[in-house]
Design a protein around this ligand. Structure first.
Ligand SMILES: [Zn+2]
Length: 259
């Protein structure tokens, strides 16, 4: 009976997110199924952590300034998440929930928290970092970079990234009654996910140039023309990088726990 309320809550939550343009229709469906899987293993505690990430990240994305608007012109997707963005962040998290449901091994609680911490860390870094007054540096060339570009780092973004990871670790610590070292562990690996994300963004993620206006962008189309690939690999987009960064951080984290 109570489960019925959880399903109803999930349905209302994703529909509300769709109405307020936080999720596209495909994103809404993906978020609903992610929620079902997370509920399966981790119940309301897992859903709470997921909702905390989603709401806090969405709030930051609604706060804009001129620096950020400039940055967003270069990104493929806006702040309305589609199914690929939802699954890049939530797919593996849903999988850890299913594994916890099957095995009851508490290691998957840590894994789940690491993944949500990675997503939160990455989103906070880009949403807050792109509001920075000072221009960021490219992590590969150490030259000044454009705000919001993949591979760009700033002190503000890095600070936001650590706090974003810590908030999830702290909430996980309270909800799942973890110990202090586990909380620190989650904070570190959430932040590591963002570092991996930034490195992949700088080295392998696709970057394009608009021949018409000279804009360097992640978009394959600009000013009504096809843009030209100038860095990375065309199949490695931001969603792929998000997914892979979280997955790699999770693997390294679990490997260290098992050592
Ligand atoms: Zn253009």
């Amino acid at each position: 009976m109570t489960q019925l309320f959880v399903y109803a809550f999930l349905l209302i939550a994703v529909m509300a997110a769709n109405r307020s343009r936080l999720l596209t229709t495909s994103g809404m469906i993906a978020a609903f199924f992610t929620g079902l899987f997370v509920n399966l293993g981790f119940g309301l505690k897992g859903l709470f952590l997921l909702v905390l990430f989603f709401i806090s990240s969405s709030l930051w994305s609604k706060i804009k300034n001129t620096n950020k608007q400039q940055a967003e012109e270069m990104l493929v997707k806006g702040s309305t998440r589609d199914w690929q963005q939802v699954l890049a962040n939530g797919g593996v998290a849903a999988f850890t929930s299913a594994l916890y449901y099957i095995t009851a091994d508490p290691i998957w609680i840590i894994g789940f928290c690491i993944l949500i911490a990675c997503s939160n860390s990455d989103t906070w870094a880009s949403e807050i970092g792109s509001m920075s007054k000072r221009r960021p540096y490219n992590i590969r060339t150490f030259k000044k970079a454009e705000r919001g570009t993949s591979g760009a780092v700033s002190p503000l973004g890095t600070f936001a990234s650590i706090v974003g990871s810590f908030i999830i670790a702290l909430t996980g610590y309270i909800l799942f009654e973890l110990n202090l070292s586990e909380m620190i562990f989650i904070t570190i690996f959430g932040f590591l996910g963002n570092v991996i994300d930034t490195l992949l963004g700088a080295y392998v993620q696709a970057g394009y140039l608009c021949a018409n206006c000279g804009l360097k962008t992640e978009k394959t189309f600009h000013c009504g023309h096809q843009t030209r690939l100038i860095k990375g690999y065309s199949f490695i987009n931001n969603d792929f990088v998000n997914f892979f960064a979280g997955f790699l951080s999770l693997l390294i984290g679990l490997w260290i726990i098992k050592m």
